[in-house]
Write a protein that binds this ligand. Structure first.
Ligand code: MRU
Length: 341
């Protein structure tokens, strides 16, 4: 089952609405760029690789639904929509990567293609991004599985599973690959305040796959490590710069704890998540609505007007990272990083 796909009959993007899990597994149809941006901002679709696919499909959607009748006008429409989609969430580099890849595929046709050819090319590139995501995650998972031993207990944070990708997953992909090789792996999932991707999504995915999972609150990770309950940490990434790994808020604290307790801290991410031209200071960290912390649905968790700091991601310096697992290989930063040239 995929997280995001193209529905040719309704000329729309289909996706699992992740805000409804684990109560309901329901799909939605996205028929406009506005609707796509809303879905991205409200985390109906989320996770760096899934956002890459959403970016590609957003370009295909624009191409399919634009009223433009000549190729130059269609390409201008695509360019405008691309800017809007790219800006929907700033931290995960995969969103702009997916948009840019699909835009490049059609821009190369400027002056030499019909409207229909541009539409077909945009969709073909978006489908390729989505298909590649699954095969890349499986390759990454197989490489990463070599780092896990039979019986290992792995702590993870947020959701870097198949829901965060088109399929299979990155951090959970490594665990799935190890399990597929016959290793007995169990997982500690941090609930991941404030939006609970760990409890709502990771615990759900692993339960569906019959992989043993124990749910903990984020502030229990240190105790679990001190008690020797955790053999390894594996998390995903939203962007990897030349000096840091950006991932869900709380990742940095777990990396510090892992270092203090001698627990290997692994990051699993496709090459598309690397942004080695930039450093930590160049990256915008998304800050989200205060009510995500002050409220839980209709329930008040804090005084209505209390001041809140709600960054959605944090940066973990590379010297806290034992290894980065990619589809190309396993790198030991800061000395070893992939050559993107
Ligand atoms: O805010 P989210 O849910 O999009 O954050 C997702 C994460 O931080 C994931 O760990 C990351 O995107 C890697 S997903 C393979």
């Amino acid at each position: 089952m995929r997280t995001i796909w193209w529905d040719e009959k309704s000329r729309a993007i289909g996706m699992i609405d992740q805000t409804l899990l684990p109560e309901r597994l329901e799909n939605i149809e996205v028929r406009s760029v506005e609707q796509l941006c809303e879905a991205i901002q409200s985390l109906r679709v989320r996770g760096a690789p899934a956002l890459g696919a959403a970016g590609g499909y957003g370009v295909a959607l624009t191409a399919a639904r634009s009223a433009a009748t000549d190729p130059a006008a269609l390409l201008d429409d695509i360019k405008t929509a691309a800017g809007v989609i790219r800006a929907a969430r700033p931290t995960a580099v995969n969103l702009s990567w997916g948009v840019d890849r699909a835009v490049k595929a059609v821009e190369e046709m400027r002056g030499s293609a019909t409207v229909e050819e541009i539409r077909a090319a945009a969709l073909a590139e978006a489908e390729l991004i989505a298909e590649e995501d699954v095969s890349i995650n499986k390759a990454l998972g197989d490489r990463g599985a070599s780092l896990l031993a039979d019986g290992d207990v792995v702590l993870t944070h947020c959701n870097a599973g198949r829901l965060a990708c088109v399929g299979w997953g990155t951090a959970l992909g490594v665990i799935r690959s190890a399990v597929a090789q016959g290793k007995r792996i169990s997982v500690y999932a941090c609930e991941t305040r404030p939006l609970f991707q760990g409890s709502r999504l990771t615990a759900w995915e692993l339960t569906e796959d019959n992989i043993p999972v124990t749910l903990i609150c984020d502030n229990m990770a240190g105790m679990a490590m001190r008690q020797g309950l955790v053999d390894k940490v594996i998390v995903g990434a939203d962007r990897i710069t030349k000096d840091a790994v950006f991932n869900k808020i709380g990742t940095y604290s777990i990396a510090v704890l892992a270092k203090a307790h001698g627990v290997p801290f692994y990051v699993a991410a496709p090459i598309s998540t690397f942004d080695l031209e930039r450093s930590e200071k160049d990256v915008e960290i998304e800050e989200r609505d205060a009510d995500e912390i002050r409220r839980l649905g209709n329930k008040k968790l804090a005084p209505a007007d209390v001041k809140v700091y709600n960054p959605a991601f944090d940066a973990t310096p590379l010297d806290l990272v034992s290894a980065i697992i990619t589809e190309r290989g396993i790198y030991r930063p800061p000395e070893e990083m992939p050559d993107l040239g």
